[in-house]
Unconditional design. Structure first.
Length: 263
């Protein structure tokens, strides 16, 4: 009888040890390992798949749902919902740099001012705003949208911060094409003091922000353990209401560009 008691205690200790070890390992993990993998691989250009990243960017404009179908494959093969290849970030950095050069030509910026504008667009408009949006989406989704009937493990039934940043990245590209590129091309039109020009400019801003909101909805609704994702479309109502009110005479493009470029 004492032998059986010692064996039971030994087996119990063996069952507890791995859990204790995993918790202590997570607590003692270095800070660098807590940084999302996509950021830690930014310097590994030889391992980046730019062909897939270009395919994703094109389909984010043509058929964004197809991009999120790959999320299930990525989860099955790499056990994470978030992408680990930073190629799409490099391409977006390049796109923002090109946009900054274009806007710098329009506003007659010197070379150093143009480079500074590129850093502002990359670091503030995309990365800093992305960190804020990813944090808000991560918290909101895990607090409000999680399905209570999910029987999966905690890792499989919670929204990763890195995946929330992926959602921001995917949503940002159509936003970029509308307000960084299309607005640049239509700049002589949207800045004129005519109602038709006001309509064109304000519609650009409506389209840009609506695309971003819809992209966020698609990204989070693709996860099988989230419910009530339609809540994410709620900002479309005040957005459209503000657009209608702005048509009474408020030129959004003029005010935004004057604030952004200080002219």
């Amino acid at each position: 009888m004492p032998i059986r008691g010692r064996c039971f205690r030994c087996n119990l200790d063996m069952a507890i040890l791995p859990l204790t070890h995993s918790v202590s390992a997570a607590q003692n993990a270095p800070l660098s390992s807590r940084v999302p993998l996509i950021f830690r691989r930014l310097h590994r250009f030889q391992q980046m798949d730019f062909e897939v990243a270009l395919w994703q960017l094109s389909y984010l404009c043509l058929a964004p749902r197809r991009v999120y179908r790959n999320v299930y494959y990525h989860k099955q093969t790499k056990n994470t919902w978030a992408r680990d290849d930073p190629a799409i970030l490099i391409l977006l950095f390049g796109c923002l740099f090109v946009a900054a050069m274009g806007w710098s030509v329009v506003y007659s910026y010197a070379f150093l001012d143009a480079v500074r504008l590129a850093f502002v667009m990359i670091l503030r408009d995309f990365l800093f705003a992305g960190v804020i949006m990813a944090t808000l989406l991560h918290l909101f989704a895990n607090k409000v949208l999680l399905s209570p009937s999910s029987h999966s493990s905690l890792a499989d039934s919670s929204v990763e911060w890195a995946y929330a940043f992926d959602v921001h990245t995917n949503s940002f590209f159509p936003f970029y094409l509308t307000l960084y590129i299309a607005q640049l091309i239509l700049l002589p039109v949207v800045t004129k003091d005519k109602w038709v020009c006001l309509l064109v400019g304000n519609t650009l801003y409506l389209a840009g922000f609506a695309q971003y909101i819809y992209g966020v909805y698609l990204g989070l609704s693709a996860l099988p353990f989230l419910i009530r994702a339609e809540i994410l479309l709620a900002p479309l109502l005040p957005l459209f209401a503000s657009y209608v009110v702005s048509l009474l005479g408020f030129n959004i493009a003029n005010h935004v560009l004057r604030t952004y470029f200080g002219s």
